[in-house]
Design a protein around this ligand. Structure first.
Ligand SMILES: Nc1ncnc2c1ncn2[C@@H]1O[C@H](COP(=O)(O)OP(=O)(O)OP(=O)(O)O)[C@@H](O)[C@H]1O
Length: 160
């Protein structure tokens, strides 16, 4: 008899562990453990050290805002980590795990989220997560130009 398999569609998202997290090996390990505890799979990861130009290209939509220079300064202050995450609802699940953009609000309203636990300020908020399928596709291509997202999804779906 052929065993019944339940194919579960997977979704990919791009996560950043920003420089303040990557300054501490211990924090980095804790965050990876928190990701895995949610059954979110880390499909790929790489360390990144940005120039001001690269930070500006990624955060172009924020150019002109009062926090733009601060944000680019923060993101070029040291190495950070880019991750490709996979789960059935990866975009929503990762954003739920990191919590609201502003750590002080996260501490009040969602105290168990990663930004509540580790975020330092509105700008130095420790994490990034793609906000839609299209953004995830573009952001994964930005950090992992060698990866084929369609192939990755096929592999993920067949392993589900
Ligand atoms: N009001 C603010 N004051 C200071 N820094 C800010 C503010 N809003 C956003 N930032 C910084 O700019 C980044 C990008 O802002 P965006 O609005 O895209 O936030 P987000 O979608 O919650 O966070 P991310 O895109 O990093 O996941 C934030 O993660 C934060 O580092």
């Amino acid at each position: 008899m052929t065993p019944i398999t339940h194919a579960v569609k997977r979704q990919l998202t791009l996560a950043l562990l920003k420089p303040d997290i990557c300054a501490s090996q211990k924090l980095q390990v804790r965050v990876h453990e928190a990701i895995e505890a949610q059954n979110i799979k880390i499909v790929s990861q790489r360390p990144v050290l940005w120039t001001k130009e690269e930070a500006g290209a990624f955060y172009a939509e924020h150019k002109g805002k009062f926090f733009y220079d601060r944000l680019c300064g923060y993101m070029t202050s040291g190495p950070f980590q880019a991750l490709v995450l996979s789960s059935p609802d990866a975009i929503k699940e990762w954003r739920a795990l990191i919590g609201p953009t502003h750590p002080c609000r996260a501490r009040i309203h969602q105290p168990t989220t990663l930004r509540a636990l580790y975020g330092l300020s509105d700008t130095r908020n420790s994490f990034h997560g793609s906000d839609s399928d299209e953004t995830a596709k573009n952001e994964i291509a930005f950090f992992f130009p060698e990866l084929s997202i369609d192939n990755l999804l096929k592999v993920q779906d067949s392993q589900a």
